[in-house]
Write a protein that binds this ligand. Structure first.
Ligand code: DX5
Ligand code: ZN
Length: 222
């Protein structure tokens, strides 16, 4: 299971240090939550901060664009050093064009689904993506509770990917912590976004990552 900390709940007053701490603790990617205040009721950051994060780590970074008409910004994100851009299917009526454009810019292409968006909305897109992001919270904020019905959606998507022998990354995003990451993995996810479970006021980054790894190791033992 690959771990991708979301920097959304990191301490932005020392963002570079927070990124280095997570890299040192043994994560696999960084997940950068870009929000426009229109597709979601929150505004976060744009290409400038993404570029600063990419400069602070040797690990790959993915930009999760919770943004209307995201294709307006693909060129800008291609310049930041991110390896992958994930668009929301609900914000992308011209999805084929968006995914092809991302790949033509040398980026991996990902598509995200909000918690109640039918999986059928992305089934035709599977041949054109490198990753599917299953949202397990309503996008907009870190620190929300995991929506349990996401597990059944992950299982169904895993069945579709396996039946079609597609080696696409199945990533889950929102409310994941040491208590539920085992269930997320066993449902068929291959990658987990972890925000408040890594950047927390009560636990060091190193200890948080270790707890997540410990929880995953237990699932193998049992
Ligand atoms: C929510 C973002 C998620 C979120 C994850 O809109 O897409 O990446 O920051 O944070 P946690 O893990 O705290 O739910
Ligand atoms: Zn996200």
């Amino acid at each position: 299971m690959r771990l991708a900390p979301s920097i959304l709940t990191a301490d932005f007053a020392q963002l570079g240090e927070q990124v280095r701490q997570a890299e040192k603790a043994g994560v696999d990617w960084f997940h950068l939550d870009v929000m426009d205040g229109a597709f979601v009721p929150n505004i976060t950051f744009g290409p400038t901060v993404c570029q600063a994060v990419c400069r602070s780590t040797s690990l790959p970074c993915e930009a999760h664009l919770m943004v209307h008409q995201p294709e307006r910004f693909f060129e800008a994100f291609a310049q930041t050093g991110v390896k992958r851009v994930i668009v929301q299917v609900e914000a992308c009526p011209r999805l084929h064009f968006a995914l092809q454009t991302l790949r033509s810019l040398g980026l991996q292409a990902g598509v995200a689904l909000n918690p109640l968006t039918p999986l059928s909305m992305i089934e035709e897109a599977l041949p054109f993506v490198d990753l599917v992001l299953v949202m397990s919270v309503e996008p907009g904020f870190g620190g929300q509770r995991f929506i349990p019905t996401a597990l059944e959606r992950i299982r169904r998507l895993r069945q579709v990917l396996d039946a079609r022998r597609l080696s696409i990354e199945l990533e889950v995003d929102g409310g994941i912590n040491a208590d539920n990451i085992r269930a997320v993995r066993e449902a068929g996810a291959t990658m987990a976004v972890v925000g408040s479970a890594v950047y927390s006021p009560t636990c060091s980054v190193e200890a948080c990552v270790a707890m997540l790894r410990q929880a995953l190791a237990e699932s193998v033992a049992q």
